[in-house]
Design a binder for this molecule. Structure first.
Ligand code: FMN
Length: 387
């Protein structure tokens, strides 16, 4: 499995390199960054969104191939990447997915998550193109198989397979999957890469919850609440966001520093590395060097960390358990390769006494100050700069 992860990473790296090396060689690159994606194309925004959020890359040579189809194995891999290629164990039950294929982990993961169950008779059909109704059903399952708040009304409704009916209703009512053409769903047609990119963007935007304003007002004496920004960052991505926050809030900044720093080998998640072992050990509490002076003075703590296998690193648990945080407001934020903040913050709630937690926010490591600023401004906090 680790070998497969390595192969997948190598493949992705090759694609990225092929893409970046190819740029100078081709003059006809559009503003979209792809020579075959016109800036006016209906899917141009989606293609750029997917590239920016690492959801889908090009196919090399400045090409995105918007009209090409995706195979079922490729589509499984797209979803698996969105989840941050979580570790999988076991083998799939399909007879047409050879061991050690580049998509093995992805197929195992999608089948274990019941996102793609295969055709029956032990067949997955890895090299078959994904049809539009299959793509829609898989997205719908990925969304948790929600009920649809209305029904679709395409001219070709009768052609939609019964297994896909609610999924198409849901995708239509929520504008997730665009029609193939006006009034036509074309359920059996191949899903094009342009349509998959558009659905990914629409779905991913539909999941972005507006930041919550706390129901209880954050402690706001006349001069406002006093803020600490505490963060752990093994490779400086989260530190970049913490620095933006510091520039915006002029708060006190505290780096959660491990007593034993993480080496590159400790972070090599393709191996049985220290970070992986800690994440798999519920009782792991890596020691912290130093501490926050006078924690009582703070009302609000922005708490930053990288996502490790979908969760906060265990040193964040050490941090939370080291102080009495009752009555404080904690605002989690994280950086990741592609995963969302998911359950990483809610899983920490029980470690912080009666603190009030706001919804967290995930940033890419390269998020700009203005991105961070618009998030902070949306939180509705009254804050005091550091003395
Ligand atoms: C052990 C380990 C596990 C990771 N797991 C995930 C993951 O599940 N999803 C993801 O999108 N990125 C994952 N990443 C990538 C990091 O979240 C990402 O690079 C982050 O921005 C690093 O932040 P830092 O530089 O502040 O440490 C992982 C990285 C490591 C080292």
């Amino acid at each position: 499995m680790m070998k497969n992860l390595k192969r997948l990473s190598a493949l992705l790296l090759t694609l990225i390199l092929a893409f970046s090396l190819a740029v100078p060689a081709f003059a006809a690159v559009n503003d979209t960054g792809f020579s075959d994606v016109d800036a006016d194309a209906w899917y141009a925004e989606a293609v750029m969104y997917c590239r920016e959020h690492n959801l889908m890359a090009g196919i090399g040579n400045n090409q995105f191939a918007p009209e090409s189809s995706l195979t079922r194995a490729q589509f499984a891999t797209v979803l698996y990447r969105i989840e941050g290629t979580p570790a999988v164990t076991g083998t799939d039950a399909f007879t047409d997915t050879p061991d050690g294929a580049w998509y093995s982990d992805a197929v195992l993961w999608v089948s274990q998550q019941n996102l793609i169950s295969g055709y029956g008779g032990g067949l997955f059909g890895p090299n078959d193109p994904v049809s539009r109704e299959q793509m829609t059903t898989i997205f719908w399952r990925y969304a948790g198989s929600p009920t649809a708040d209305g029904a679709s009304n395409y001219n070709d409704e009768a052609e939609i397979a019964s297994y896909a009916a609610v999924a198409v209703d849901w995708a239509s009512v929520n504008n997730i999957v665009a029609p193939a053409s006006a009034g036509v769903f074309a359920p059996k047609s191949n899903a094009t890469r342009a349509h998959v990119a558009a659905a990914l963007m629409n779905y991913s935007r539909s999941q972005q919850t507006a930041p919550t304003t706390p129901t209880e007002p954050v402690p706001a004496p006349s001069e406002g609440a006093k803020v600490l920004i505490a963060y752990f960052s093994a490779t400086n991505n989260t530190e970049g966001i913490a620095n933006h926050l510091d520039a915006i809030l002029d708060a006190d900044l505290y780096e959660i520093t491990p007593e034993a720093p993480y080496t590159a080998a400790d972070l090599n998640y393709n191996t049985d590395c220290r970070a992986n072992r800690e994440q798999n050990d519920a009782s792991a509490r890596p020691a912290i060097s130093g501490g926050v002076d006078n924690m009582e003075q703070y009302d609000v703590i922005f708490l930053g960390y990288p996502i490790w296998w979908g969760q906060a690193p265990k040193i964040i648990s050490t941090f939370l358990e080291s102080y009495d945080l009752s009555g404080k407001t904690i605002v989690p934020f994280c950086t990741s390769g592609s995963s969302g903040i998911g359950s990483s913050a809610t899983n920490l709630h029980s470690l912080a006494g009666s603190a009030t937690w706001l919804d967290g926010q995930r940033f890419s490591g390269s998020a700009s100050r203005s991105t961070v600023e618009s998030w902070v401004n949306g939180l509705g906090l009254t804050l005091t700069p550091a003395a």
